[in-house]
Design a protein. Structure first.
Length: 591
Protein backbone atom coordinates (compact mmCIF):
# COMPACT_ATOMS: atom_id res chain seq x y z
CA UNK A 1 0.00 0.00 0.00
CA UNK A 2 1.24 3.49 -0.78
CA UNK A 3 2.69 5.77 1.87
CA UNK A 4 0.80 8.97 2.69
CA UNK A 5 3.17 11.09 0.62
CA UNK A 6 2.80 8.66 -2.26
CA UNK A 7 -0.96 8.77 -2.05
CA UNK A 8 -1.07 12.56 -1.97
CA UNK A 9 1.31 12.90 -4.90
CA UNK A 10 -0.95 10.55 -6.83
CA UNK A 11 -4.28 12.02 -5.83
CA UNK A 12 -3.63 15.70 -6.60
CA UNK A 13 -3.05 15.19 -10.34
CA UNK A 14 -5.74 12.52 -10.47
CA UNK A 15 -8.34 14.82 -8.96
CA UNK A 16 -7.31 17.61 -11.28
CA UNK A 17 -7.61 15.30 -14.22
CA UNK A 18 -10.91 13.96 -12.90
CA UNK A 19 -12.33 17.47 -12.72
CA UNK A 20 -11.33 18.22 -16.28
CA UNK A 21 -12.58 14.96 -17.73
CA UNK A 22 -15.82 14.93 -15.84
CA UNK A 23 -16.66 18.25 -17.44
CA UNK A 24 -16.53 16.44 -20.77
CA UNK A 25 -18.79 13.59 -19.67
CA UNK A 26 -22.21 13.27 -21.30
CA UNK A 27 -25.14 15.17 -19.86
CA UNK A 28 -26.97 13.62 -16.92
CA UNK A 29 -29.91 12.60 -19.05
CA UNK A 30 -27.60 10.27 -21.00
CA UNK A 31 -25.94 8.69 -17.99
CA UNK A 32 -28.67 8.39 -15.37
CA UNK A 33 -29.96 4.83 -14.74
CA UNK A 34 -33.63 4.01 -14.85
CA UNK A 35 -35.56 5.19 -11.77
CA UNK A 36 -36.69 1.64 -11.00
CA UNK A 37 -33.60 -0.58 -10.95
CA UNK A 38 -35.56 -3.81 -10.67
CA UNK A 39 -32.86 -5.66 -8.73
CA UNK A 40 -31.61 -5.66 -5.16
CA UNK A 41 -28.90 -7.45 -3.21
CA UNK A 42 -29.55 -8.85 0.26
CA UNK A 43 -26.97 -10.43 2.56
CA UNK A 44 -28.39 -13.89 3.38
CA UNK A 45 -25.19 -15.44 4.76
CA UNK A 46 -26.44 -16.19 8.28
CA UNK A 47 -29.75 -17.78 7.26
CA UNK A 48 -27.90 -19.72 4.55
CA UNK A 49 -25.63 -21.34 7.13
CA UNK A 50 -22.36 -19.56 6.37
CA UNK A 51 -21.50 -19.44 10.06
CA UNK A 52 -17.68 -19.58 10.03
CA UNK A 53 -15.98 -16.35 11.03
CA UNK A 54 -12.90 -15.35 9.09
CA UNK A 55 -10.05 -14.56 11.47
CA UNK A 56 -7.28 -12.37 10.13
CA UNK A 57 -4.76 -10.44 12.27
CA UNK A 58 -5.50 -8.10 15.15
CA UNK A 59 -8.98 -6.60 15.29
CA UNK A 60 -8.00 -3.08 16.36
CA UNK A 61 -4.25 -2.87 15.80
CA UNK A 62 -1.83 -4.54 13.41
CA UNK A 63 1.89 -5.06 13.97
CA UNK A 64 2.81 -6.33 10.50
CA UNK A 65 1.50 -5.80 6.99
CA UNK A 66 0.77 -9.54 6.95
CA UNK A 67 -2.28 -8.88 9.14
CA UNK A 68 -3.97 -6.61 6.60
CA UNK A 69 -4.46 -8.46 3.31
CA UNK A 70 -7.29 -10.83 4.24
CA UNK A 71 -8.48 -13.83 2.25
CA UNK A 72 -10.21 -14.91 -0.92
CA UNK A 73 -13.26 -17.08 -1.56
CA UNK A 74 -14.48 -19.49 -4.23
CA UNK A 75 -17.81 -20.34 -5.80
CA UNK A 76 -16.86 -23.94 -6.57
CA UNK A 77 -19.02 -26.89 -7.65
CA UNK A 78 -16.71 -29.47 -6.11
CA UNK A 79 -19.20 -32.37 -6.31
CA UNK A 80 -20.38 -31.81 -9.92
CA UNK A 81 -24.07 -31.59 -9.02
CA UNK A 82 -24.66 -28.34 -10.91
CA UNK A 83 -25.01 -26.25 -7.74
CA UNK A 84 -22.30 -23.90 -6.51
CA UNK A 85 -20.61 -24.70 -3.22
CA UNK A 86 -18.49 -22.17 -1.31
CA UNK A 87 -14.88 -22.41 -0.16
CA UNK A 88 -13.74 -19.72 2.29
CA UNK A 89 -10.04 -19.19 2.92
CA UNK A 90 -9.22 -18.34 6.54
CA UNK A 91 -6.30 -16.78 8.41
CA UNK A 92 -4.88 -16.63 11.91
CA UNK A 93 -3.39 -14.20 14.42
CA UNK A 94 0.18 -13.47 15.48
CA UNK A 95 -0.36 -14.82 18.99
CA UNK A 96 -1.64 -18.12 17.63
CA UNK A 97 -4.34 -20.39 19.04
CA UNK A 98 -4.42 -23.37 21.39
CA UNK A 99 -3.90 -26.70 19.63
CA UNK A 100 -7.14 -27.91 18.09
CA UNK A 101 -8.85 -24.52 18.09
CA UNK A 102 -7.01 -22.89 15.20
CA UNK A 103 -9.16 -21.20 12.55
CA UNK A 104 -9.25 -23.21 9.32
CA UNK A 105 -10.55 -22.72 5.84
CA UNK A 106 -14.14 -23.91 5.34
CA UNK A 107 -15.99 -25.77 2.59
CA UNK A 108 -19.79 -25.37 2.51
CA UNK A 109 -21.87 -27.75 0.39
CA UNK A 110 -24.92 -26.33 -1.37
CA UNK A 111 -28.12 -28.00 -0.13
CA UNK A 112 -30.01 -26.76 -3.23
CA UNK A 113 -32.60 -25.00 -1.08
CA UNK A 114 -30.78 -21.74 -0.34
CA UNK A 115 -28.79 -23.20 2.55
CA UNK A 116 -25.32 -24.70 2.96
CA UNK A 117 -23.78 -27.40 5.16
CA UNK A 118 -20.23 -27.16 6.52
CA UNK A 119 -18.41 -30.25 5.18
CA UNK A 120 -14.87 -29.06 5.92
CA UNK A 121 -13.80 -31.95 8.13
CA UNK A 122 -15.44 -34.64 6.03
CA UNK A 123 -13.88 -33.23 2.87
CA UNK A 124 -10.41 -33.02 4.42
CA UNK A 125 -9.74 -29.33 3.71
CA UNK A 126 -9.37 -28.02 7.28
CA UNK A 127 -6.01 -26.28 7.04
CA UNK A 128 -4.74 -23.53 9.36
CA UNK A 129 -2.35 -20.66 8.68
CA UNK A 130 -2.11 -17.28 6.99
CA UNK A 131 -4.41 -18.17 4.11
CA UNK A 132 -4.50 -15.87 1.08
CA UNK A 133 -6.01 -16.85 -2.27
CA UNK A 134 -7.65 -19.79 -4.00
CA UNK A 135 -8.22 -20.99 -7.55
CA UNK A 136 -9.88 -23.99 -9.16
CA UNK A 137 -9.10 -26.24 -12.13
CA UNK A 138 -8.91 -29.91 -13.11
CA UNK A 139 -5.13 -30.25 -13.30
CA UNK A 140 -5.16 -34.02 -13.92
CA UNK A 141 -8.12 -34.08 -16.35
CA UNK A 142 -10.09 -36.67 -14.37
CA UNK A 143 -13.37 -34.76 -14.53
CA UNK A 144 -13.23 -33.30 -11.02
CA UNK A 145 -12.04 -29.74 -10.47
CA UNK A 146 -9.18 -29.48 -7.99
CA UNK A 147 -8.43 -26.68 -5.52
CA UNK A 148 -5.25 -24.69 -4.91
CA UNK A 149 -4.88 -22.43 -1.86
CA UNK A 150 -2.06 -19.93 -1.36
CA UNK A 151 -0.50 -19.07 1.99
CA UNK A 152 2.10 -16.95 3.64
CA UNK A 153 4.23 -20.03 3.97
CA UNK A 154 3.52 -23.29 2.15
CA UNK A 155 0.75 -23.55 -0.43
CA UNK A 156 -1.76 -26.39 -0.53
CA UNK A 157 -2.96 -28.29 -3.61
CA UNK A 158 -6.04 -30.40 -2.92
CA UNK A 159 -6.73 -33.22 -5.35
CA UNK A 160 -10.47 -33.75 -5.74
CA UNK A 161 -11.08 -37.48 -5.23
CA UNK A 162 -14.56 -37.36 -6.77
CA UNK A 163 -16.27 -38.75 -3.67
CA UNK A 164 -16.63 -35.55 -1.67
CA UNK A 165 -13.12 -35.76 -0.23
CA UNK A 166 -9.78 -34.19 -1.08
CA UNK A 167 -6.16 -35.29 -0.72
CA UNK A 168 -3.35 -32.82 0.02
CA UNK A 169 -0.83 -33.49 -2.75
CA UNK A 170 1.14 -30.26 -2.41
CA UNK A 171 4.55 -31.78 -1.70
CA UNK A 172 4.18 -34.62 -4.17
CA UNK A 173 3.06 -32.23 -6.89
CA UNK A 174 5.91 -29.82 -6.23
CA UNK A 175 3.83 -26.68 -5.66
CA UNK A 176 3.99 -26.27 -1.88
CA UNK A 177 6.94 -23.91 -2.14
CA UNK A 178 9.78 -23.42 0.29
CA UNK A 179 7.60 -22.05 3.09
CA UNK A 180 9.32 -18.67 3.04
CA UNK A 181 7.22 -16.93 0.39
CA UNK A 182 4.17 -14.71 0.74
CA UNK A 183 2.03 -16.29 -1.98
CA UNK A 184 -1.07 -14.32 -3.00
CA UNK A 185 -3.26 -14.50 -6.12
CA UNK A 186 -3.24 -17.64 -8.27
CA UNK A 187 -4.70 -19.10 -11.44
CA UNK A 188 -4.62 -22.39 -13.32
CA UNK A 189 -3.78 -21.58 -16.95
CA UNK A 190 -2.72 -23.78 -19.88
CA UNK A 191 -0.11 -21.31 -21.08
CA UNK A 192 1.45 -23.70 -23.62
CA UNK A 193 -1.87 -25.15 -24.82
CA UNK A 194 -0.76 -28.76 -24.35
CA UNK A 195 -4.08 -29.79 -22.78
CA UNK A 196 -2.81 -29.70 -19.19
CA UNK A 197 -3.38 -26.89 -16.71
CA UNK A 198 -0.29 -25.11 -15.48
CA UNK A 199 -0.26 -22.87 -12.40
CA UNK A 200 0.65 -19.21 -11.89
CA UNK A 201 1.21 -17.89 -8.35
CA UNK A 202 1.77 -14.22 -7.53
CA UNK A 203 4.02 -13.23 -4.64
CA UNK A 204 3.82 -10.12 -2.50
CA UNK A 205 6.79 -9.54 -0.19
CA UNK A 206 9.73 -11.60 0.99
CA UNK A 207 8.92 -11.17 4.67
CA UNK A 208 10.45 -12.76 7.75
CA UNK A 209 8.47 -11.82 10.84
CA UNK A 210 11.62 -12.18 12.94
CA UNK A 211 13.23 -9.23 11.15
CA UNK A 212 10.26 -7.35 9.67
CA UNK A 213 9.91 -3.69 10.73
CA UNK A 214 7.25 -2.79 13.30
CA UNK A 215 5.18 0.45 13.30
CA UNK A 216 7.46 2.15 15.81
CA UNK A 217 10.61 1.48 13.78
CA UNK A 218 9.87 4.16 11.19
CA UNK A 219 7.75 5.29 12.64
CA UNK A 220 5.37 4.16 9.87
CA UNK A 221 2.52 6.66 9.66
CA UNK A 222 -0.76 7.03 7.80
CA UNK A 223 -2.63 10.30 8.41
CA UNK A 224 -0.33 10.75 11.49
CA UNK A 225 -1.46 7.40 12.94
CA UNK A 226 1.14 4.69 13.52
CA UNK A 227 0.39 1.67 11.29
CA UNK A 228 2.02 -1.47 9.92
CA UNK A 229 5.03 -0.79 7.67
CA UNK A 230 5.26 -1.47 3.95
CA UNK A 231 5.30 -2.48 1.25
CA UNK A 232 7.63 0.37 0.14
CA UNK A 233 11.01 -0.30 1.68
CA UNK A 234 10.42 -4.06 1.90
CA UNK A 235 11.83 -6.63 -0.51
CA UNK A 236 9.21 -7.48 -3.12
CA UNK A 237 8.45 -11.09 -3.95
CA UNK A 238 8.78 -12.70 -7.37
CA UNK A 239 5.89 -14.37 -9.17
CA UNK A 240 6.02 -18.07 -10.00
CA UNK A 241 4.96 -20.24 -12.95
CA UNK A 242 4.65 -24.02 -12.62
CA UNK A 243 4.48 -26.26 -15.70
CA UNK A 244 2.23 -29.32 -15.53
CA UNK A 245 4.28 -32.41 -16.31
CA UNK A 246 1.23 -34.58 -16.97
CA UNK A 247 2.07 -37.10 -14.23
CA UNK A 248 0.61 -35.28 -11.24
CA UNK A 249 3.71 -33.15 -10.75
CA UNK A 250 4.71 -29.61 -11.69
CA UNK A 251 8.06 -28.03 -12.56
CA UNK A 252 8.97 -24.45 -11.62
CA UNK A 253 9.67 -22.75 -14.96
CA UNK A 254 9.54 -19.17 -13.66
CA UNK A 255 13.08 -18.43 -14.81
CA UNK A 256 12.99 -20.04 -18.24
CA UNK A 257 9.56 -18.52 -18.96
CA UNK A 258 10.82 -15.01 -18.23
CA UNK A 259 8.66 -14.43 -15.16
CA UNK A 260 11.57 -13.95 -12.74
CA UNK A 261 13.34 -11.46 -14.98
CA UNK A 262 10.21 -9.32 -15.45
CA UNK A 263 9.60 -6.19 -13.40
CA UNK A 264 6.53 -7.47 -11.54
CA UNK A 265 6.70 -7.42 -7.75
CA UNK A 266 4.36 -6.78 -4.80
CA UNK A 267 1.88 -8.97 -6.71
CA UNK A 268 -1.70 -9.38 -5.45
CA UNK A 269 -4.66 -10.05 -7.79
CA UNK A 270 -4.07 -12.36 -10.78
CA UNK A 271 -6.10 -12.30 -14.00
CA UNK A 272 -5.67 -14.56 -17.03
CA UNK A 273 -7.17 -13.63 -20.41
CA UNK A 274 -6.32 -13.47 -24.10
CA UNK A 275 -5.88 -9.71 -24.23
CA UNK A 276 -4.45 -9.56 -27.76
CA UNK A 277 -6.90 -12.04 -29.36
CA UNK A 278 -4.15 -14.32 -30.63
CA UNK A 279 -5.56 -17.48 -29.04
CA UNK A 280 -2.92 -17.67 -26.28
CA UNK A 281 -3.60 -16.77 -22.62
CA UNK A 282 -1.84 -13.74 -21.15
CA UNK A 283 -1.49 -12.96 -17.43
CA UNK A 284 -2.18 -9.63 -15.71
CA UNK A 285 -1.10 -8.99 -12.11
CA UNK A 286 -2.32 -6.09 -9.99
CA UNK A 287 0.80 -4.90 -8.19
CA UNK A 288 0.89 -2.86 -5.00
CA UNK A 289 2.86 0.41 -4.90
CA UNK A 290 4.48 -0.19 -8.29
CA UNK A 291 3.58 -0.66 -11.93
CA UNK A 292 1.22 -3.56 -12.57
CA UNK A 293 2.36 -6.33 -14.90
CA UNK A 294 0.93 -7.75 -18.14
CA UNK A 295 2.78 -10.91 -19.11
CA UNK A 296 2.17 -11.35 -22.83
CA UNK A 297 2.33 -14.96 -24.00
CA UNK A 298 5.00 -15.24 -26.68
CA UNK A 299 3.69 -18.68 -27.77
CA UNK A 300 7.05 -20.37 -27.19
CA UNK A 301 6.86 -21.03 -23.45
CA UNK A 302 8.01 -17.51 -22.62
CA UNK A 303 6.33 -14.33 -21.43
CA UNK A 304 7.22 -10.64 -21.69
CA UNK A 305 5.89 -7.89 -19.42
CA UNK A 306 4.37 -5.31 -21.78
CA UNK A 307 2.18 -3.45 -19.26
CA UNK A 308 3.99 -0.10 -19.55
CA UNK A 309 3.87 0.11 -23.32
CA UNK A 310 0.39 -1.45 -23.39
CA UNK A 311 -0.96 1.35 -21.19
CA UNK A 312 -2.34 -0.72 -18.30
CA UNK A 313 0.43 -0.43 -15.72
CA UNK A 314 0.00 3.04 -14.21
CA UNK A 315 -2.42 5.86 -13.47
CA UNK A 316 -3.41 8.27 -16.26
CA UNK A 317 -0.58 10.52 -15.08
CA UNK A 318 2.04 7.78 -15.19
CA UNK A 319 2.11 7.16 -11.43
CA UNK A 320 2.36 3.75 -9.77
CA UNK A 321 -0.79 2.68 -7.96
CA UNK A 322 -1.56 0.28 -5.15
CA UNK A 323 -3.47 -2.36 -7.09
CA UNK A 324 -5.44 -5.09 -5.31
CA UNK A 325 -8.15 -6.88 -7.34
CA UNK A 326 -8.62 -7.19 -11.08
CA UNK A 327 -11.31 -8.40 -13.49
CA UNK A 328 -11.89 -8.58 -17.25
CA UNK A 329 -14.87 -8.21 -19.60
CA UNK A 330 -15.75 -6.62 -22.91
CA UNK A 331 -17.77 -3.77 -21.41
CA UNK A 332 -18.22 -1.87 -24.70
CA UNK A 333 -18.84 -4.84 -27.02
CA UNK A 334 -15.92 -4.18 -29.37
CA UNK A 335 -14.52 -7.72 -29.20
CA UNK A 336 -11.66 -6.92 -26.81
CA UNK A 337 -11.41 -7.81 -23.12
CA UNK A 338 -11.09 -4.73 -20.91
CA UNK A 339 -9.70 -4.51 -17.36
CA UNK A 340 -10.99 -3.05 -14.09
CA UNK A 341 -8.59 -2.81 -11.14
CA UNK A 342 -9.10 -1.74 -7.53
CA UNK A 343 -6.64 0.57 -5.79
CA UNK A 344 -5.75 2.14 -2.44
CA UNK A 345 -7.67 4.90 -0.65
CA UNK A 346 -7.00 8.38 -2.02
CA UNK A 347 -7.13 6.98 -5.54
CA UNK A 348 -9.85 5.85 -7.92
CA UNK A 349 -10.31 2.37 -9.38
CA UNK A 350 -8.71 1.90 -12.80
CA UNK A 351 -10.68 1.10 -15.95
CA UNK A 352 -8.52 0.16 -18.91
CA UNK A 353 -10.31 -0.05 -22.25
CA UNK A 354 -8.68 -2.54 -24.62
CA UNK A 355 -8.29 -0.91 -28.04
CA UNK A 356 -7.15 -4.14 -29.66
CA UNK A 357 -3.79 -5.85 -29.86
CA UNK A 358 -3.33 -5.51 -26.09
CA UNK A 359 -3.13 -1.72 -26.17
CA UNK A 360 -5.20 0.06 -23.56
CA UNK A 361 -6.48 3.53 -22.77
CA UNK A 362 -7.39 4.62 -19.25
CA UNK A 363 -11.10 5.48 -19.35
CA UNK A 364 -11.66 5.64 -15.58
CA UNK A 365 -12.97 9.20 -15.51
CA UNK A 366 -14.67 9.32 -18.89
CA UNK A 367 -16.56 6.12 -18.05
CA UNK A 368 -17.76 7.46 -14.69
CA UNK A 369 -15.55 5.55 -12.23
CA UNK A 370 -13.51 8.53 -11.06
CA UNK A 371 -15.85 10.18 -8.56
CA UNK A 372 -14.82 8.29 -5.40
CA UNK A 373 -11.36 8.51 -3.86
CA UNK A 374 -12.34 7.84 -0.23
CA UNK A 375 -12.62 4.06 -0.53
CA UNK A 376 -9.98 1.32 -0.54
CA UNK A 377 -10.87 -1.39 -3.05
CA UNK A 378 -10.25 -5.14 -2.89
CA UNK A 379 -12.52 -7.72 -4.51
CA UNK A 380 -14.07 -6.66 -7.79
CA UNK A 381 -15.77 -8.06 -10.82
CA UNK A 382 -17.46 -7.40 -14.11
CA UNK A 383 -20.83 -9.19 -13.99
CA UNK A 384 -24.17 -8.70 -15.70
CA UNK A 385 -26.27 -7.93 -12.63
CA UNK A 386 -29.49 -7.22 -14.56
CA UNK A 387 -29.05 -9.75 -17.41
CA UNK A 388 -29.34 -7.03 -20.04
CA UNK A 389 -26.34 -8.32 -21.99
CA UNK A 390 -23.90 -5.64 -20.78
CA UNK A 391 -21.36 -6.25 -17.95
CA UNK A 392 -21.67 -4.08 -14.84
CA UNK A 393 -19.01 -3.55 -12.15
CA UNK A 394 -18.94 -4.28 -8.40
CA UNK A 395 -16.11 -3.07 -6.16
CA UNK A 396 -15.79 -4.28 -2.56
CA UNK A 397 -14.12 -1.87 -0.15
CA UNK A 398 -12.61 -1.77 3.33
CA UNK A 399 -9.59 0.02 4.72
CA UNK A 400 -6.31 -1.72 5.34
CA UNK A 401 -5.59 -0.22 8.77
CA UNK A 402 -7.95 -0.99 11.68
CA UNK A 403 -6.29 1.89 13.54
CA UNK A 404 -8.26 4.15 11.20
CA UNK A 405 -11.19 3.83 13.62
CA UNK A 406 -9.56 6.74 15.48
CA UNK A 407 -10.13 9.09 12.52
CA UNK A 408 -13.60 10.54 12.07
CA UNK A 409 -12.66 12.24 8.80
CA UNK A 410 -12.14 9.03 6.86
CA UNK A 411 -14.57 6.62 5.17
CA UNK A 412 -14.00 4.14 8.01
CA UNK A 413 -12.41 0.72 8.30
CA UNK A 414 -15.62 -1.00 7.22
CA UNK A 415 -16.75 0.58 3.95
CA UNK A 416 -19.71 0.27 1.60
CA UNK A 417 -19.45 -1.27 -1.82
CA UNK A 418 -19.61 0.49 -5.18
CA UNK A 419 -21.95 -0.79 -7.88
CA UNK A 420 -21.80 0.62 -11.39
CA UNK A 421 -24.47 0.00 -14.01
CA UNK A 422 -23.35 -0.28 -17.63
CA UNK A 423 -25.26 2.32 -19.66
CA UNK A 424 -24.51 0.69 -23.04
CA UNK A 425 -22.57 3.73 -24.28
CA UNK A 426 -19.15 3.34 -22.71
CA UNK A 427 -20.32 4.93 -19.46
CA UNK A 428 -21.39 3.64 -16.05
CA UNK A 429 -23.78 5.03 -13.45
CA UNK A 430 -23.16 4.73 -9.71
CA UNK A 431 -26.25 2.93 -8.38
CA UNK A 432 -24.74 1.86 -5.06
CA UNK A 433 -27.62 3.28 -3.01
CA UNK A 434 -30.35 1.87 -5.27
CA UNK A 435 -29.34 -1.79 -5.14
CA UNK A 436 -30.22 -2.84 -1.60
CA UNK A 437 -28.51 -3.16 1.78
CA UNK A 438 -26.11 -5.84 0.55
CA UNK A 439 -24.33 -3.09 -1.37
CA UNK A 440 -24.82 -0.04 0.84
CA UNK A 441 -24.06 -1.47 4.29
CA UNK A 442 -20.37 -1.15 5.26
CA UNK A 443 -18.10 -4.13 5.82
CA UNK A 444 -14.37 -4.82 5.95
CA UNK A 445 -14.43 -6.69 2.65
CA UNK A 446 -11.58 -8.51 0.91
CA UNK A 447 -12.11 -11.32 -1.64
CA UNK A 448 -15.33 -11.61 -3.67
CA UNK A 449 -16.59 -14.32 -6.04
CA UNK A 450 -19.44 -14.17 -8.53
CA UNK A 451 -21.88 -16.96 -9.36
CA UNK A 452 -25.52 -18.06 -9.30
CA UNK A 453 -25.67 -20.10 -6.07
CA UNK A 454 -29.46 -20.60 -6.16
CA UNK A 455 -29.67 -21.29 -9.91
CA UNK A 456 -32.39 -18.71 -10.46
CA UNK A 457 -30.63 -17.08 -13.41
CA UNK A 458 -29.07 -14.00 -11.81
CA UNK A 459 -25.58 -13.55 -10.42
CA UNK A 460 -24.99 -13.55 -6.67
CA UNK A 461 -21.82 -12.57 -4.81
CA UNK A 462 -19.99 -14.16 -1.89
CA UNK A 463 -17.60 -11.89 0.01
CA UNK A 464 -14.89 -12.79 2.49
CA UNK A 465 -14.30 -10.22 5.22
CA UNK A 466 -11.69 -9.48 7.87
CA UNK A 467 -12.47 -10.62 11.42
CA UNK A 468 -16.14 -11.03 10.61
CA UNK A 469 -18.58 -13.45 9.03
CA UNK A 470 -18.73 -13.82 5.24
CA UNK A 471 -21.42 -12.18 3.18
CA UNK A 472 -23.66 -13.93 0.67
CA UNK A 473 -25.30 -11.25 -1.46
CA UNK A 474 -28.32 -12.78 -3.14
CA UNK A 475 -29.49 -10.96 -6.24
CA UNK A 476 -33.28 -10.63 -6.39
CA UNK A 477 -34.56 -9.46 -9.77
CA UNK A 478 -37.99 -8.38 -10.99
CA UNK A 479 -36.85 -7.79 -14.55
CA UNK A 480 -37.60 -11.20 -16.09
CA UNK A 481 -34.59 -10.92 -18.34
CA UNK A 482 -33.30 -14.10 -19.97
CA UNK A 483 -29.88 -15.68 -19.63
CA UNK A 484 -27.73 -18.67 -20.54
CA UNK A 485 -24.82 -20.42 -18.86
CA UNK A 486 -22.12 -22.45 -20.62
CA UNK A 487 -20.21 -25.24 -18.87
CA UNK A 488 -17.22 -26.36 -20.93
CA UNK A 489 -15.91 -29.93 -21.03
CA UNK A 490 -12.54 -30.19 -22.74
CA UNK A 491 -11.33 -33.27 -24.59
CA UNK A 492 -8.19 -32.24 -26.47
CA UNK A 493 -8.08 -29.13 -24.27
CA UNK A 494 -7.91 -29.25 -20.48
CA UNK A 495 -11.01 -30.92 -19.05
CA UNK A 496 -12.24 -27.74 -17.29
CA UNK A 497 -12.10 -25.83 -20.57
CA UNK A 498 -10.14 -23.04 -18.87
CA UNK A 499 -8.99 -20.55 -21.49
CA UNK A 500 -11.89 -21.24 -23.87
CA UNK A 501 -13.21 -18.05 -25.51
CA UNK A 502 -17.00 -18.02 -25.80
CA UNK A 503 -18.97 -15.69 -28.06
CA UNK A 504 -22.71 -15.27 -27.50
CA UNK A 505 -24.67 -13.65 -30.34
CA UNK A 506 -28.26 -12.48 -29.90
CA UNK A 507 -30.58 -9.95 -31.44
CA UNK A 508 -31.61 -7.56 -28.68
CA UNK A 509 -34.71 -5.38 -29.09
CA UNK A 510 -33.77 -1.85 -30.09
CA UNK A 511 -30.36 -2.80 -31.46
CA UNK A 512 -29.89 -2.64 -35.22
CA UNK A 513 -27.11 -5.20 -35.42
CA UNK A 514 -26.47 -8.52 -33.66
CA UNK A 515 -25.32 -8.19 -30.05
CA UNK A 516 -22.04 -10.09 -29.60
CA UNK A 517 -20.77 -10.76 -26.08
CA UNK A 518 -17.49 -12.49 -25.29
CA UNK A 519 -16.03 -14.03 -22.17
CA UNK A 520 -13.59 -16.76 -21.21
CA UNK A 521 -13.57 -19.71 -18.83
CA UNK A 522 -11.24 -18.44 -16.14
CA UNK A 523 -9.46 -19.76 -13.07
CA UNK A 524 -8.73 -17.27 -10.30
CA UNK A 525 -9.31 -13.55 -10.72
CA UNK A 526 -10.73 -10.66 -8.70
CA UNK A 527 -8.90 -10.40 -5.41
CA UNK A 528 -7.58 -13.86 -4.46
CA UNK A 529 -10.87 -15.49 -5.52
CA UNK A 530 -12.58 -17.91 -7.88
CA UNK A 531 -15.80 -17.25 -9.79
CA UNK A 532 -18.20 -19.88 -11.09
CA UNK A 533 -16.52 -21.77 -13.95
CA UNK A 534 -19.84 -21.70 -15.82
CA UNK A 535 -19.76 -18.69 -18.15
CA UNK A 536 -22.93 -16.61 -17.78
CA UNK A 537 -24.47 -14.31 -20.39
CA UNK A 538 -27.48 -12.06 -19.85
CA UNK A 539 -29.81 -12.06 -22.86
CA UNK A 540 -32.24 -9.26 -22.07
CA UNK A 541 -35.59 -10.00 -23.76
CA UNK A 542 -34.06 -12.36 -26.33
CA UNK A 543 -35.59 -15.84 -25.91
CA UNK A 544 -32.77 -17.66 -27.65
CA UNK A 545 -29.09 -17.40 -28.52
CA UNK A 546 -28.63 -17.13 -32.26
CA UNK A 547 -25.09 -18.48 -32.06
CA UNK A 548 -22.74 -19.74 -29.37
CA UNK A 549 -19.15 -20.06 -30.55
CA UNK A 550 -16.53 -21.75 -28.36
CA UNK A 551 -12.91 -21.37 -29.35
CA UNK A 552 -11.07 -23.99 -27.32
CA UNK A 553 -7.41 -23.72 -26.24
CA UNK A 554 -6.64 -26.59 -28.64
CA UNK A 555 -7.78 -24.44 -31.56
CA UNK A 556 -11.00 -26.41 -32.04
CA UNK A 557 -14.02 -24.17 -32.73
CA UNK A 558 -17.55 -25.37 -31.96
CA UNK A 559 -20.58 -23.36 -33.09
CA UNK A 560 -24.09 -23.92 -31.77
CA UNK A 561 -27.14 -22.33 -33.41
CA UNK A 562 -30.53 -21.32 -31.98
CA UNK A 563 -29.93 -22.31 -28.35
CA UNK A 564 -32.90 -21.86 -26.03
CA UNK A 565 -32.52 -19.32 -23.21
CA UNK A 566 -32.66 -19.88 -19.45
CA UNK A 567 -30.66 -23.07 -19.19
CA UNK A 568 -27.17 -24.38 -18.53
CA UNK A 569 -25.65 -26.00 -21.59
CA UNK A 570 -22.80 -28.44 -21.10
CA UNK A 571 -20.65 -28.23 -24.23
CA UNK A 572 -18.15 -31.00 -24.95
CA UNK A 573 -15.24 -30.07 -27.15
CA UNK A 574 -15.74 -31.31 -30.71
CA UNK A 575 -19.16 -32.81 -29.94
CA UNK A 576 -21.48 -29.90 -29.07
CA UNK A 577 -24.12 -29.92 -26.34
CA UNK A 578 -23.68 -32.99 -24.15
CA UNK A 579 -26.59 -32.18 -21.84
CA UNK A 580 -28.60 -29.29 -20.44
CA UNK A 581 -29.97 -28.23 -17.06
CA UNK A 582 -33.04 -26.04 -16.86
CA UNK A 583 -34.36 -24.18 -13.85
CA UNK A 584 -37.66 -22.59 -12.98
CA UNK A 585 -37.94 -19.06 -11.60
CA UNK A 586 -37.43 -20.18 -8.00
CA UNK A 587 -34.20 -21.96 -8.83
CA UNK A 588 -35.63 -25.48 -8.53
CA UNK A 589 -34.89 -27.87 -11.40
CA UNK A 590 -37.43 -27.43 -14.18
CA UNK A 591 -38.93 -30.05 -16.43
Amino acid sequence: MLSLDGVLSLVRPLRARAHGLLQQAPAKSETAPSAELGISFLNVARESGLNAKTIYGGEHKNKYLLETTGCGVAFYDYDNDGWLDIFLVNGTRLEGFPAGSEPTSHLFRNNRDGTFTDVTQKAGVAHAGWGQGCCVGDYDNDGWDDLFVTYFGKNVLYHNNGDGTFTDVSQKAGVAGNGKRWNTGCAFVDYDRDGRLDLFVANYIDMDLATAPVPESGPCLYKSIMVACGPPGLQGGKNLLYHNNGDGTFTDVSESAGILSANGTYGLGVLTADFDNDGWPDIYVADDSTASALYQNKKNGKFQDIAIEAGCALSPDGKPQAGMGVSAADYDMDGNLDIVKTNFAGDTPSLYRNQGGATFEDTTFLAGLGAHTQFLGWGCGFFDMDNDGWPDILICNGHVYPELEQLKTEAGYAQRKLLYQNLHNGHFADISFQAGPGISEPSASRGAAFGDFDNDGDIDIVVNTVNDYPQLLRCDSKLNHNWIKVKTIGTKSNRSGIGARISCVTQLPGESKPHRQIDEVRSGGGYFSQNDLRVHFGLGKADKVDALEIRWPSGQVDTLKDVKANQVVYVKEGEGIARTMQFSKNGKPGK
